[in-house]
Ligand binder design. Structure first.
Ligand code: NOJ
Length: 709
């Protein structure tokens, strides 16, 4: 449909029809039973009104959505098609590793492929928009939604955000297999005070712009079509009614042109938060602020018309919001084909295709992180191996956004081990081995001990005050390691867990995260050395909850800690634990040692607008092929505001054959040195810098340079 036709359509719509386009209800409103006593009754509307709304939340399935689309269009005064939006976060029917794991691949191409595969499956099932990527920066694993983020670092999260958007949307969302992406939750939802979900954020303007906003900006630059507002407040203002955030920052500064949607009842919740007088006031504030669609509240439905008719809210604002929704429908091609790719045949063809299963397995190969190995791994086939813990036999290892995933397809670790290692004798037991089972475990050559959390302990609202292993798992670890010293700890979960005892006593530690439908095959392949691990932590693993929030990227205080883990009086440190995490961001081992040369700079002065190169050679000292993630960190020594001690500024995944040596080069530009100065100008200040190129965020492989005017 051309622009003129869209404008004619808008001009012909009544105020109430326009408002209905800005409302999103979930599927419960469209079932006959629910209509009488269910949510529709609470929302005070006639039975037909849900069918006149513009978008639907959480429904899926080709036949079902074709049918729902027909029913909705039949009741629309202008036969406007609905958009079907759903949470396709790390896969649709096939679940890929959770996003915190995808971050650990340090492989944006992989993230793009995953998003593209998820879009293929979901679009076949009639879904038009996904509420992904979630790019909230996470530095506090008490928050259960860490699982949904790609981690703690703005640079990595930005690369991943853009990759997800490219994967879901491609270059044209009307194309077959593509869906529109919705970046969320704008903004800083990942920093709730004390790690408690939905809590307020207390964040400085610098930290907000420097760290938290960057990934959303990257998604906008990649062309994301929608942005979801966050539940939280920033500076005591709810994000959903925050005009400055949504109009000045998102639209003006970042240049976002698409649709803004609230989170679930976030407009209505501003009343409970105490910043809107009532639901009509909330509706007015949200629309003025720039929130186009009201997800799952009756604020717009019942509260907006009066304000428009009385002139309290300019109808122009309503028209702009509706036009953005119509444009999105148009871009999706829904006026021509309201079902888009949804068809039962396509569902059969695409969902669980071999290609997608192979991608799921490769994804988990890249996302699993080997944290410690004293040489026990890889295990040898043909040995006798104990496999302990309920998680080894659990299908709850997919992630809390596996709402659409087909659990019957989930491969457990036990199934994977038995299938892939027929010559190995496995001795299985659960979380509470009997004395007889313990005797058998004692006689094994090694024990794979599965610890941590299954998917039910992670995700929305699943905050914890203490990120330690459960008492049960701590006890299990001591019982098993008391009888068998050759213990390999496999840590499951959607958040970093504090595991200092395990890190000390286990012979190897593997962060498995929640590996998805077929990820267990990859875990088995890594344990038995068929795959060389390459994952790196996307989020630091602390010693204990008391260190939170934590990140590798810290500032110097006026009393920095000297290079020691022991306590030092009158400097900034703890008496009981080191300042640094137990395992820092970017860390992760393979089965090969990698040697780095010192960085060589093409010049050690950059003039404004110029670029220099920094290069190192990396050599695989091992006997198997490996992928090394070479990481670049930079420190700005002095600035008009204090600057982090190091920040990730680049990474490259480099494939190395046994004993192969390669040169790896990074371009260093003035742009990479920019930050928000004391007056909030985004600029690079002349002066001294240090860069490091190495294996992880702890690397000391550095060189100095200067930026000069
Ligand atoms: C609430 C969650 O915060 C958000 O991430 C999700 O997309 C919506 N519910 C819709 O399910």
């Amino acid at each position: 449909m051309d622009r003129q036709k869209l404008e004619n359509l808008l001009a012909d719509m009544s105020v109430s029809e326009k408002i209905e386009q800005l409302v999103q209800l979930h599927g419960g409103f469209f079932g006959e039973v629910d209509m009488i006593t269910g949510p529709a009754a609470e929302f005070k509307m006639d039975a037909d009104r849900p069918y006149r709304t513009g978008t639907v939340l959480g429904e899926h399935g080709a036949e079902h959505l074709r049918n729902l689309q027909d029913r909705m269009m039949a009741k629309q005064p202008h036969r406007i098609p609905a958009i079907f939006m759903a949470d396709v976060i790390h896969g649709y029917k096939t679940a890929f590793p959770v996003p915190i794991a995808i971050g650990s691949s340090f492989d944006p191409d992989l993230a793009e492929e995953i998003a593209s595969a998820a879009a293929e499956e979901a679009s076949a099932a009639g879904v038009h928009v996904t509420f992904s990527p979630m790019v909230d920066l996470v530095r506090d694993p008490r928050w259960g939604r860490c699982m949904e983020s790609t981690g703690e670092d703005p640079y990595l999260n930005s690369a991943m955000a853009a990759a997800f958007v490219r994967g879901f949307q491609g270059d044209d969302i009307s194309k077959k297999g593509k869906i529109a992406a919705c970046v969320k939750h704008f903004a800083a939802y990942g920093a709730p005070v004390a790690g408690r979900d939905y809590n307020v954020t207390e964040i400085s303007e610098h930290t907000l712009f420097e760290d938290y906003l960057k990934p959303y900006r990257a998604a906008v630059e990649a062309g994301v079509k929608l942005v979801m507002t966050a539940f939280n407040t920033i500076d005591r203002k709810p994000c959903t009614t925050n005009r400055h955030l949504l109009r000045d920052v998102l639209r003006e500064d970042m240049g976002f042109k698409g649709v803004v949607i609230s989170d679930y009842n976030a407009v209505g919740e501003t009343v409970i938060q105490g910043s809107s007088a009532d639901r009509a006031d909330a509706a007015k504030k949200a629309l003025i602020a720039g929130c186009d669609i009201d997800m799952m509240s009756d604020c717009y439905l019942n509260g907006l018309e009066g304000a428009i008719k009385s002139g309290e809210v300019d109808e122009k604002l309503l028209d702009e919001a509706v036009m953005r929704v119509l444009e999105l429908k148009n871009e999706l091609g829904l006026f021509e084909n309201p079902y888009k790719d949804g068809s039962a045949e396509r569902e059969k063809e695409v969902i669980f295709s071999e290609k997608i299963q192979a991608l799921g397995r490769r994804a988990a190969e890249e996302t699993t992180v080997l944290l410690k190995n004293d040489g026990i791994l890889p295990l040898k086939n043909g040995q006798k191996i104990g496999v302990v813990g309920d998680l080894a036999q659990s299908k709850e290892i997919v992630g809390s956004w596996s709402i659409f995933a087909d659990a019957s397809r989930t491969v457990t670790l036990r199934e994977a081990l038995e299938k892939l290692c027929p010559e190995t004798e496995f001795v299985f037991s659960g979380d509470a081995p009997t004395e007889t089972e313990l005797e058998k475990i004692a006689s094994c050559d090694a024990v794979l001990l599965c610890l941590g959390e299954d998917q039910s302990r992670t995700g929305e609202s699943m905050s914890v005050a203490d990120i330690s292993l459960s008492d049960g798992h701590r006890e299990l670890f001591s019982r098993v390691s008391a009888v068998n010293k050759n213990t390999v700890a496999l840590i499951y979960g959607g958040r970093p867990l504090a595991i200092p005892e395990v890190a000390k006593a286990a012979r190897a530690v593997v962060e498995v995260w929640l590996p998805g439908t077929v990820g267990s095959y990859a875990v088995a392949d890594i344990i038995f050395g068929k795959v060389n691990p390459s994952g790196r932590l996307s989020m630091s693993i602390p010693y204990c909850s008391g260190q939170l929030p934590i990140s590798y990227s810290l500032f110097n205080t006026g009393r920095p800690k000297p290079e020691t883990d022991s306590f030092v009086r009158y400097v900034s440190n703890y008496m009981d634990v080191p300042n640094r995490p137990l395992y820092s961001f970017g860390c992760g081992l393979s089965y090969c040692e990698i040697a780095y040369s010192e960085p060589i700079l093409s010049k050690n002065v950059i003039r404004r607008g110029e670029k220099i190169t920094a290069s190192v050679s990396v050599e695989n000292m091992g006997d198997s092929a490996v992928t090394e993630t070479v990481q670049l960190y930079i420190r700005d020594i002095k600035g008009s505001v204090v600057r982090p001690l190091r920040e990730l500024k680049g990474f490259k995944r480099v494939g190395l054959e046994p004993h192969e040596k390669k040169n790896v080069e990074f371009e260093i530009s003035e742009d990479m040195l920019k930050f928000y100065d004391a007056e909030m100008n985004f600029t690079a200040e002349a002066g001294g810098f240090t860069l490091w190129i190495g294996h992880d965020s702890l690397t000391k492989n550095g060189a100095d340079f200067r930026l000069e005017d």
